[in-house]
Design a protein around this ligand. Sequence first.
Ligand code: AMP
Length: 115
Amino acid sequence: MAEQCIFCRIVAGEAPGDIVYQDKDFLAFRDISPQAPIHLLIIPKAHITSLAQLADEQQELAGRLVILAKKLAEKEGITERGYRLVINCGSEGGQLVPHLHLHLIGGRKLGDRLG
Ligand code: AMP
């Protein structure tokens, strides 16, 4: 756990989070400032600063993260309508929280532009 990391603090139960799912490796919670009716953040519990820090050996973790997002989209009832998964990486990628997270966004028609 990184002491100053807000997402690590949510994992540890030291900061509030609207948690929708957790298992031993992952946590999913609602974004505090949602960009759409459904906006979840799905994170590995281990502190990985960004996608750029993900190691080759963490391939399985990365795959499971995406499969979990797919399952949570089903649980939120947006699979048929469609949704978007986003990982921001680094400052120009728009990453504000330095703990790897996958945005699951849906529940409305999303814009065509990605950036
Ligand atoms: P990013 O720009 O990809 O780093 O996204 C960080 C996201 O985390 C933003 O959408 C924020 O609204 C969200 N966020 C920041 N702090 C919290 C928090 N305490 N609980 C839930 N979401 C948060």
